[in-house]
Design a protein around this ligand. Structure first.
Ligand code: 173
Length: 318
């Protein structure tokens, strides 16, 4: 009897200890569930929940229906959520240097080797109380989509929906910038509140914007970055096995960027089939436009954060 009881007690303790080892992280995405810039994060969650059984699990609360996109950075900082999928553009208010992530351009495998990752992670630690777990979006450019035809890179008289990604550029080229979350773009276009919008090459079909888009200005500029952040105290509270599941899955997630060039070709094709006309700048103008885009972005980052901004520029152009 005593033996049976001891075994029972030991079993309860053992199961209890194992359960205590498993941590569940609450995660949100700044992009709508199932759309282009949430999809790979959702694949990452599936992988963690499979590989991390008994170790670490992710409870996906969802996208902007759960939390407004521009509040996601703050929620990670304060620990309201443990993990988020979010672009730097949505938290430049807390970390002005996040605006430079669009200018890094190289694959993260390389940026992890050349010191850029460590510096970017340190900035996230300090400014956002966050661990910079993974970054995705390599090789996807941003574009300006328009409903009014232009033949130069001149937005005088045009109202264009922006986030911090495009704001300085649109204004430098004479446009009026209107900042909105992605969820408001369709209505703004439909009502003619804006004449165009900034968005990556991928994803305009997800929220039906192709129905209200006439032109795409080429070339694309900068590079998409959508990051997985973990609240720093939470990250530090994890044990080695838990961190390993997350870090391994993070590298796997970054590896999915290898799919991007193929997806760019099919997005381009689909937009053309839809009848979205490409306004292609001449080679000379394209070069000037891209130079201007980089110039205004670096100037803006360095103005807001002189030391770290200059350091990031050095790392990006080394
Ligand atoms: O346009 C945006 O909302 C934006 O800044 C962005 C950034 C990365 C991926 C998709 C959109």
């Amino acid at each position: 009897m005593v033996r049976i009881l001891l075994v029972a007690v030991a079993t309860v303790l053992w199961v209890g200890a194992a359960a205590a080892q498993e941590v569940t992280l609450r995660a949100v995405s700044a992009f709508a569930e199932g759309t282009r810039f949430s999809r790979n994060f959702e694949r990452f969650i599936e992988k963690v929940n499979k590989d991390g059984k008994g170790v670490v699990q992710i409870n996906y609360i969802g996208g902007p229906r759960a939390m407004p996109p521009f509040e996601v950075g703050n929620a990670v900082r304060s620990g309201v959520v443990d993990m988020a999928n979010v672009t730097g553009a949505f938290y430049t208010n807390l970390m002005p240097e996040a605006d430079a992530l669009k200018l890094l351009r190289k694959p993260w495998a390389e940026l992890r080797r050349n010191g850029t990752y460590d510096f970017v992670n340190k900035l996230h630690n300090e400014r956002l109380n966050a661990h910079f777990l993974a970054s995705t979006g390599s090789n996807i450019p941003f574009h300006i989509y328009l409903n009014k035809k232009v033949d130069k890179y001149d937005f005088t008289g045009l109202k264009i929906r922006v986030t911090p990604v495009y704001k300085e550029l649109v204004e430098a080229l004479g446009g009026a910038a209107v900042t909105t979350a992605p969820g408001e773009v369709h209505t703004a276009l439909e009502r003619g509140v804006v004449d165009g919008y900034g968005w990556p090459l991928h994803g305009i079909f997800d929220l039906g914007w192709h129905e209200v888009t006439k032109f795409r200005l080429d070339p694309g500029f900068y590079g998409v970055e959508v990051n997985v952040l973990v609240n720093l105290p939470k990250w530090r509270s994890l044990n080695d096995a838990q961190r390993k599941v997350l870090s391994d899955a993070a590298l796997w997630l970054e590896g999915l960027d290898a799919e991007n060039p193929r997806e760019s070709a099919s997005e381009d094709e689909r937009q053309k089939k839809q009848g979205i006309q490409v306004i292609k700048l001449s080679d000379v103008d394209a070069r000037r436009f891209l130079e201007r885009a980089d110039e205004v972005a670096w100037a803006s980052v360095i103005k807001r954060s002189p030391d770290a901004g200059a350091q990031l520029k050095k790392l990006a152009t080394q």
